[in-house]
Design a protein around this ligand. Structure first.
Ligand SMILES: [Zn+2]
Length: 229
């Protein structure tokens, strides 16, 4: 994979998406991951799991919108027990930490790289129900538990793994989030706090000053605090 030795900063930060291929109108993934993904999808199909991507590449601007909506109370912030947090009762710093449990900081989302996908299997969902992307759906007795078990057993054969395989005090357990290791590790290695701060400085992110003042803590707790494989 020596083509990736020097990744453009803009790709790391979700500003450039020229490295993607599109599997549907809205879902883009890294073009060098398509083959591995298709192979995994074919293997899953053999055991009647219709593997689909719910979310692939997501750009900086979209992540910024998700962030600001939560910060401003336009969309709810939930805690690990799925309860909505009353943002009027917490400090701005605590609000930032609460958002980070489920939403990455713009510029620091693994979805910016195109190497990470949220997956599900529509054929396993009950009729007339929609994916909620909540852990219970993927856990034992949940509609997607068959998918979880299969991915745990076989996804690594295709190069994929779960970066958020358990809660480590930072990001919540995300049993739907897969990362394609052969590419993602390059992005992870070249991620830099300085570039992140530079792009945040230029942005309209809510809570900017506090985020930048606590960037080292955020980095340790929410960016590198993941499954090391
Ligand atoms: Zn994800």
């Amino acid at each position: 994979m020596n083509v990736l030795i020097n990744l453009p900063k803009a790709q790391l930060l979700g500003i450039d998406n020229s490295h993607l291929c599109w599997v549907s109108d809205k879902i883009g993934i890294h073009k060098d991951m398509l083959n591995a993904y298709r192979k995994m999808q074919t293997a899953a199909k053999k055991v009647h799991i219709d593997l689909h991507i719910a979310s692939g590449w997501r750009g900086f601007d979209r992540q910024l919108q998700l962030w600001n909506n939560k910060f401003l109370g336009k969309t709810p912030i939930k805690d690990l027990s799925n309860n909505i947090i009353n943002i009027n009762h917490v400090s701005e710093l605590d609000k930032i930490y609460a958002i980070l449990v489920y939403s990455a900081l713009p510029g620091a989302s693994r979805h910016h790289w195109g190497t990470d996908i949220d997956v599900f299997a529509p054929n396993l969902l009950a009729k007339n129900t929609q994916l909620q992307l909540e852990p219970w759906e993927y856990e034992k007795n949940g509609p997607l538990s068959k998918l979880s078990q299969w991915l745990e057993q076989f996804s690594q054969e295709f190069g994929f793994y779960f970066p958020y395989d358990s809660y480590r005090g930072g990001i919540a357990h995300e049993p739907w989030h897969l990362s394609y290791a052969p590419l993602a590790e390059h992005y992870q290695q070249q991620f830099s706090i300085a570039s992140l701060v530079a792009v945040l400085e230029e942005s309209d992110i809510e809570g900017k000053k506090i985020i930048i003042n606590h960037i080292d803590e955020i980095y340790q707790k929410f960016i590198v605090n993941i499954n090391k494989r």
